[in-house]
Ligand binder design. Structure first.
Ligand SMILES: Nc1ncnc2c1ncn2[C@@H]1O[C@H](COP(=O)(O)OP(=O)(O)OP(=O)(O)O)[C@@H](O)[C@H]1O
Ligand SMILES: O=P(O)(O)OC[C@H]1O[C@](O)(CO)[C@@H](O)[C@@H]1O
Ligand SMILES: [Mg+2]
Length: 512
């Protein structure tokens, strides 16, 4: 009976998806069949995909899927549509939507550098050429503005064969210059029908706008993204490519800082790492290294002076160990900097806030404090490896990851899917609709286990704000007062013994 109903619903569900009736039961059965049997047909998948990408799910539907995610924890992932789509990557070459000679693909890289960019470019070109027989692949020079203001580069397997061994991007990159209509005009004029966009959160927002414009114009053009950022600030996905390499490279700087610190008396090695709003590199590099005594990230506020502050901690560590290593993410302590350095907020060409150099600022503050306040001679070695870290070629693990992302992205495009970013979610290759990728940034959650692990590994203070400490103390005092008063009240009856109680009668007898 169940199987019958199930089969009937499987047959009729495309009709519902087609005519876009939001029916909970149909989605229910589709998901159930997907989860239990893993045999949604390609037709179902495509329809569901189009539905998810173009319309999104209602909150009711989302709740429904979350229930399944809860029931089947082995498939548990944070973002629901990604779950449904993870199976889409298994696409048979015979099911391709595009004829090989009809495809004219282009690749663009935008935003800051990141290890692995060249590997992704190489693998897209290789996949198109050797898996799908696509011979026309164009490189867009210098980011989004390259679509309308620069030359293009013809990409062939021979030309890109060795590029993965180099850092940076052979296509060049840039910030700003995203002019949607000019970009789509250029795509249309050149007859491009597959656009591969590699970049961070800003780039994916740009890709999403291009996708919308392509749809509005009714063009048969695939717009697909591959998430890139060493900051690891893109949500939904397990991690962005290049992050692993960045953490590994950061180890070298931390190691150097440790060697320096160990070699002189009262020496502090201070390392600044990238991470505008997300302190993932700093956190993972600290956890990996174990030589770090203190890690400061944008998500966890800290303060310098007074009880529980950074200066006090430095003094303790120096007295205990004679040296220490501090890692600071570039976005950490920006509120403190803003207090001491009054400057107008500046932005880069993409509209990202330009940060003050927290490494230099903190170095000076520490030096001043120990020279003037403490009269304690210290040595401070400041290392800023930030641009060195992101300019290296990707390591083995990132190289493999880049290959998976690129190949998966090409499979999706060749099968005719569009409006997605290719990414790994809970270890599974997924196609994530743009709107999910761009809705928020990924941050370190300081109440989560990973940050707790770091705190216990470094043994650093949690740096509660002094105001909070004072408030906490006041609250504590008030609480003690109340408890004491309560105690006094509790003590009263024992001071005036109730002779009628059994206990007192016994006591009286003993006394007698
Ligand atoms: N909201 C947006 N809409 C359209 N285009 C955008 C948007 N935000 C950024 N872009 C464009 O995306 C490109 C890259 O953006 P950005 O400089 O912020 O880097 P990113 O992709 O976030 O990478 P990263 O921050 O990791 O270096 C730029 O060309 C920028 O103009
Ligand atoms: O100096 P640029 O190239 O603008 O890039 C700096 C920014 O790029 C990032 O590395 C992200 O790609 C940030 O961590 C950093 O703030
Ligand atoms: Mg960004």
């Amino acid at each position: 009976m169940f199987l019958k109903m199930f089969l009937i619903c499987l047959i009729i569900s495309p009709i519902f998806l087609h005519i876009r009736i939001r029916c909970k039961t149909i989605l229910h059965i589709l998901l159930l069949s997907n989860i239990l049997f893993m045999w949604m047909t390609r037709y179902h998948k495509r329809l569901l995909f189009i539905r998810i990408v173009q319309e999104g799910l209602t909150s009711e539907e989302l709740d429904l899927v979350k229930r399944y995610v809860f029931i089947y924890p082995m498939y548990q992932i944070g973002i629901v549509p990604a779950y449904n789509l993870h199976i889409l990557w298994v696409i048979d070459v015979s099911q391709v939507y595009f004829e090989s000679d009809e495809v004219y693909a282009c690749i663009v890289t935008c935003g800051g550098l990141c290890p692995g960019l060249n590997t992704v470019i190489r693998e897209i070109v290789y996949s198109l050429y050797y898996m799908y027989g696509v011979k026309r692949v164009l490189g867009i020079d210098g980011g989004y503005r390259g679509f309308y203001a620069k030359n293009t580069i013809a990409l062939t397997p021979k030309g890109v064969n060795d590029i993965h061994k180099r850092g940076g991007t052979v296509l060049g990159t840039s910030r700003g210059g995203h002019d949607t209509s000019k970009i789509v005009d250029s795509i249309q004029d050149r007859g491009i029908n597959q656009v591969y966009i590699i970049g961070g959160d800003g780039t994916q927002k740009g890709a999403s706008v291009i996708y919308e414009e392509v749809r509005r114009r009714g063009l048969k053009v695939v717009v697909a993204g591959i998430p890139k950022t060493i900051d690891n600030d893109i949500p939904v996905i397990d991690r962005s490519f290049g992050f692993d390499t960045a953490v590994e490279e950061a180890q070298r700087a931390i190691n150097a800082a440790h060697v320096e610190a160990e070699s002189s008396e009262n020496c502090i090695g201070l390392v600044k790492l990238m991470g505008r709003y997300s302190g993932f590199i700093a956190m993972y590099a600290t956890l990996a290294s174990r030589d770090v005594d203190c890690c400061l990230i944008p998500e966890s506020p800290f303060y310098l002076e007074g009880h529980g502050g950074l200066f006090e901690y430095i003094e303790t560590r120096l007295k205990e160990n004679g040296h220490m290593v501090i890692v600071i993410a570039e976005g950490a302590g920006q509120d403190l900097l803003a207090e001491s350095i009054r400057s107008a907020t500046q932005q880069d060409a993409s509209g990202n806030k330009l940060l003050q150099d927290v490494g230099l600022w903190l170095s000076q503050k520490i030096k001043d404090h120990f020279a003037k306040e403490k009269k304690m001679p210290i040595n401070l070695k400041y290392i800023d490896p930030t641009y060195m870290i992101r300019a290296v070629p990707s390591n083995a693990s990132d190289n493999v990851y880049c290959t998976l992302l690129a190949q998966s992205c090409v499979h999706g495009a060749m099968a005719g899917y569009t409006g997605y970013t290719s990414g790994l979610v809970n270890g599974r290759q997924t196609y994530i609709p743009f709107y999910r990728i761009i809705e928020k940034q990924h941050h370190v959650v300081i109440t989560d286990r990973m940050w707790a692990r770091l705190l216990s590994s470094t043994n650093q203070p949690s740096f509660m704000n002094p105001k909070d400490v004072i408030e906490d103390k006041k609250e504590e005092e008030l609480l003690t007062q109340i408890v004491n008063e309560d105690k006094k009240e509790e003590e009263l009856p024992t001071k005036i013994p109730d002779i009628s109680t059994e206990d007192n009668l016994v006591k009286k007898e003993i006394a007698a």
